[in-house]
Design a binder for this molecule. Structure first.
Ligand code: ADP
Length: 173
């Protein structure tokens, strides 16, 4: 069978992906995923969930500000917030992909459940999983908050700006 030449093909659709999460705060693991995602999708929206049930360390506005600063070098990445159903937010933004990270087997069950539920809600939406660099597979925002609270050094775990904000928070708490 002959391969279709590029000239015969229908132009590929632009793919917008959404990377949703709490990002409280953004870690080097999140950033690693954002950089990987920005290389394969035309547009990547990092979407901070407005979740009234959680008691966050940083306000949504603070998290958005930090995300904007540390993703400045990725031209096709934007930062936004959302509440309600992720699938509705995806439709509003004409996104066809949800990007999620998997660090370890422990992430898998929850992520699988969410991905299948989102597929049930909107069969046109695909969840794409990416793995971070090995060095970040143990890293979570929760762990960073705990280490920082106990006075540990988080410089290799988060961008410098985030480390400074964490230190300022620890002093003011
Ligand atoms: P949640 O509150 O749902 O855990 P997070 O903001 O912590 O959201 O994470 C958002 C997404 O980023 C999730 O898919 C999570 O698995 C992924 N993620 C978090 N930390 C890392 C990391 N170190 N490496 C790769 N992916 C990560």
């Amino acid at each position: 069978m002959q391969r279709k030449g590029a000239a015969d093909k229908v132009p590929a659709q632009r793919i917008t992906a959404i990377y949703p999460g709490s990002f409280d705060p953004i870690t080097n693991g999140h950033l690693d995923l954002i950089e990987r995602g920005s290389k394969i999708f035309d547009e990547l929206i990092v979407a901070v969930l407005r979740n009234p049930e959680k008691d966050p360390l940083f306000s949504v506005e603070e998290r958005v500000e930090m995300l904007n600063e540390v993703t400045q070098h990725c031209a096709n990445v934007s930062v936004d917030t959302f509440d309600g159903l992720l699938v509705d937010y995806a439709v509003r933004n004409r996104a066809r992909v949800i990007l999620r990270g998997v660090r370890a087997i422990s992430d898998f069950e929850n992520e699988l459940q969410m991905a299948l539920m989102n597929r049930k809600l909107d069969p046109n939406l695909e969840t794409v999983f990416m793995m971070p660099a090995v060095a970040y597979t143990f890293l979570s925002s929760h762990l960073v908050r705990e280490v920082c609270k106990l006075g540990g050094d988080v410089r290799s775990l988060v961008p410098p700006l985030v480390e400074a904000r964490l230190r300022a928070k620890a002093v003011s708490l």
